[in-house]
Design a protein around this ligand. Sequence first.
Ligand code: PLP
Length: 331
Amino acid sequence: MISTNASPELLTTETLRQYARAVPHDPVCWPLMSRLGLEVLVRRDDLVHPALPGNKFYKLHHNLHHAHQEGYTRVVSFGGAHSNHLHALAAAGHLYGFATHGLVRGERPRQLSPTLQDVQALGMTLHFVPRSLYREGAEAVLAQLRNQYGALHVVPEGGANALGSLGAQEIARALEQQLQSAYDAVCVACGTGATLAGIASALPEDKIALGFSVLKGEGGLGAQVASYTDAGNWRLISGFHGGGYGRRLKPNLHQFWHRFEGDSGLMLDPVYTLKMFWGIEQLALRGYWPRGSRLVAIHTGGIQGRRGFHNQAPAMASEAGATNNNKYHYG
Ligand SMILES: *Cc1c(COP(=O)(O)O)cnc(C)c1O
């Protein structure tokens, strides 16, 4: 039985677009790129919503509308201990009045990660799923949850589905409206590719979307992107995964992280945006773009995930007493 007594105050799509159009495109101080005659703007989607930053803001939008339209008041999804997706889902549940459940890979640890502490504080109920079960889609666990709690709407891991991709279109729509075609390419970090697909779908056909894969074995990622979009104006860039999702960064990536944050005053997350910016620099060094090109790099958020890399991350802007940007936040 589906309960219909919740009244989530979801944003309308028009309001979501207003948020998207308010996101700044800031020039990045990046000496190496300047020497190569390349200009980079960063689209600050890490600032799109104070409680729900990054691309997950867009990817969850239609998924939650869909859940609401179908009468669900309870939403469940999946992720790891540092998951930006679970973090965003918990924040959205708290904002919009859904009960949320998170299925987390692995055994319950003695000490919850900062991400999982946050999501619990936001009201998400956590269920730890052994890896063997998790690989099978955790169906048995979902069935058990339905027995216990009643109807549950399942959002795929990462919000990766057609509705997630549809939401991500708003990133490109806003970007184009704001920049009026004064750019050559749009760069974004890719996990599932749903965000890349959405961006490519909504960009003008003569603008290309470049997806920097953060996964080591990304076989099948191209097909996945193509399953979300008919557009042809996208490319996957691989080779800059830095070892994959792993928690230990290679020395060159680690050095880049510190140099880039020092120069730009931007804060990156180590899993996604760090690898995109590193990849952009590597491509530039190989002469991938002609001098005079203007690139837009999407900051897809994920700053909360830095806490899982605490001993490797550069000192945070606030810790270092920097004044260039105090808008960063974990939530
Ligand atoms: C989830 C996430 C991505 C990847 O988005 P996909 O749509 O899965 O490709 C990129 N950057 C950040 C910060 C993310 O949290």
